[in-house]
Design a protein around this ligand. Structure first.
Ligand SMILES: Nc1ncnc2c1ncn2[C@@H]1O[C@H](COP(=O)(O)OP(=O)(O)O)[C@@H](O)[C@H]1O
Ligand SMILES: [Mg+2]
Length: 226
């Protein structure tokens, strides 16, 4: 990718920064303009960027664009993934689906509902754990609403197990994939820390702290479906 600072769309190009050697000096206004354009294209003309979501969007942008000084200032660790939390309908899934478009120079992650993974587990069994636990770039969407996995009468906490594998993948990649390349994972959820612990147990919960930066919508964020 020769021009990661220019995003090409069918009807126009968006210059989201200035290329300075190997570094892009990003232009946040331009990025927000692009997000609005792309959001409308993907989710409909009612899509807009809300004033009250400004900080959440900024955190996601500086993280995904690797803007080190901003990440430091906002206490975001570039060596972890993202756990995006907030009430139902506040726009978590939409934002996570948008982010890959601003970083065409990076390998995109797939946004996959946790619910789909447990359903897949119920028919295919443990190979599904491998599929999502061992490599690939994913954002597990809506963690906590999925049913417990059942396979041949056995109850399995599928997402809990996958998170443990993803933790190994991030923290000890050489044992899992034979390569030192760190593989990040992201999640969205409307559960809070307490609820996550109740659902997945304290071991998974403590791994999640090492695996993710928490980025939270305001608890009062309203449902954008209305
Ligand atoms: N910024 C936005 N502007 C307008 N509509 C939005 C925005 N973000 C999300 N929506 C709409 O609101 C609904 C809920 O968004 P979604 O991303 O699924 O929320 P969540 O994942 O937090 O439950 C969807 O219909 C989506 O198209
Ligand atoms: Mg969602």
């Amino acid at each position: 990718m020769k021009q990661p600072h220019i995003l090409n769309e069918k009807d126009q190009d968006f210059q989201i920064g200035i290329l300075d050697g190997n570094i892009i000096q990003y232009d946040y206004k331009a990025i927000l303009g692009y997000l609005k354009y792309k959001g409308k294209q993907l989710f409909g003309s009612q899509f807009k960027l809300y004033k009250e979501d400004e900080l959440v969007v900024l955190k996601l942008l500086v993280y995904f664009l690797d803007v080190e000084d901003y990440c430091k200032a906002l206490k975001i660790d570039l060596n972890k993934g993202i756990l995006l939390t907030g009430p139902v309908g506040c726009g978590k899934t939409s934002l996570m689906k948008l982010m890959p478009y601003i970083m065409p120079h990076k390998k995109p992650y797939t946004v996959i509902p946790a619910r789909n993974i447990t359903f897949e587990f119920s028919t295919k069994g443990f190979e599904v754990m491998e599929k999502y636990g061992q490599n690939g770039y994913f954002c597990f969407d809506d963690l906590g609403v999925e049913p417990t996995g059942r396979y041949f009468g056995q109850d399995i906490n599928v997402m809990g197990e996958i998170i443990l594998s993803r933790h190994d993948l991030l923290c000890h990649p050489e044992f899992v994939s034979g390569s030192k390349r760190r593989i990040y994972s992201h999640c969205t959820t409307n559960l809070n820390a307490k609820e996550l612990e109740a659902r997945y147990g304290s071991r998974v919960r403590s791994r999640m702290r090492q695996l993710f930066n928490l980025i939270a919508f305001d608890q009062k964020s309203f449902d954008k479906r209305k």
